[in-house]
Design a protein around this ligand. Sequence first.
Ligand code: HAM
Length: 426
Amino acid sequence: MAFQIPRGTQDILPSESSKWQYVEQIARELCRRYNYKEIRTPIFEHTELFLRSVGDTTDIVQKEMYTFTDRGGRSITLRPEGTAAVVRSFVENKMYGDPNQPVKLYYLGPMFRYERPQSGRFRQFVQFGVEAIGSNDPAIDAEVIALAMDLYRSLGLKKIKLVINSLGDISSRKAHREALIAHFKGRIHEFCEDCQVRLENNPLRILDCKKDREHELMKTAPSILDYLNEESRAYFEQVKSYLNKLGIPFEVDPRLVRGLDYYNHTAFEIMSEAEGFGAITTLCGGGRYNGLVQEIGGPETPGVGFALSIERLLAALAAEGIALPIEEGIDCYVVALGEEAKKEAVPLVYALRNEGISVEKDYQDRKVKAQFKAADRLQAKYVIIVGEDELARNVANVKNMQTGEQVEVALSELTTYMKKVCKGEY
Ligand code: HAM
């Protein structure tokens, strides 16, 4: 019986994993510059955490969570997103008492959602996300957005678009909620069953419905921007003005409501506008979540952040035809001729690797020609040739595969010599 990978998951094979490593390294470097520190939380949490934070009327909670009862009878859920766990950890570890506020954290790891798999949508995907918890300054909203844009731009993406909106504070949302109910109520029977439930529970979620997207009432629905109170409006203006100061272009889309319940004030998404990217164009989503820390049991603390998946980032790079500057080759391949040389190659390779040089040798008992071919396939910059003759004279030949030049080096000097050539000092 042959086993198959579960639907919506993927193996990242070695030919792809170097791209992942490259992107992840750039993301980590950006976090270093912006002073966000890594946090690693468990892959599973108590289910209740997501009901409280993501919201029990959202699609994520209602349809997409991998939830199970563990052997101790607890309801456990594979994390569908990172913010809830980071906020849980913030509260549990009393990070609100840290003198360095806001607390700026980033994470990189797998998330799980039982969604219908399609291009750009997986059941297991890797999110890179940041959360800045503890500041109400609109400048930090702009910083978080700038970090996300910086990542895409530093990887060479050009066809990306930033879309922002404000969901206002609690009182603005209340007024908007009433307007939404009044707008949809009379014709709610024309909407899907979910929306009928949403009308009373959480009418904002109707705007996020995947089934009723084309209904005419969607297009005429009251815009949150018309219901922002003065404070919310002023906050939004400041975020926009900071983005302008940073030279980050954006569009305002009053329909952008996001699929999670914890947002207020700033909400944003970054989309790919590359041709052929596929139906799902959102690369990144985020926003402000001022009530969340309190909801999870901590003191009233504001927060803002985003998350993006590496899968969609790589798809956007492919759609724009961008090749990452990844060096695949190894420094050196040791070709051994004869039984004695074969034995000597083992400690030689070991010694070179200890000096930080990437080295490979033959383990398939290949003939010399095939060993050279293997060196070519591995894109070795140098080949060290060790034969019986050479061994007898305590030397090896080092061939520069680019120039074809070959030099004889004493075995006692070999690691020093290789270190120098591999670092380009010769
Ligand atoms: P989200 O919009 O649910 O927000 O997801 C953020 C990003 O995760 C999406 O823009 C997309 O890149 C990626 N993503 C989501 N689902 C999938 C999937 N099935 N397959 C591949 N990629 C996917 C959040 O998760 C919030 N926690 C973001 C946030 C952080 N807000 C504040 N802080």
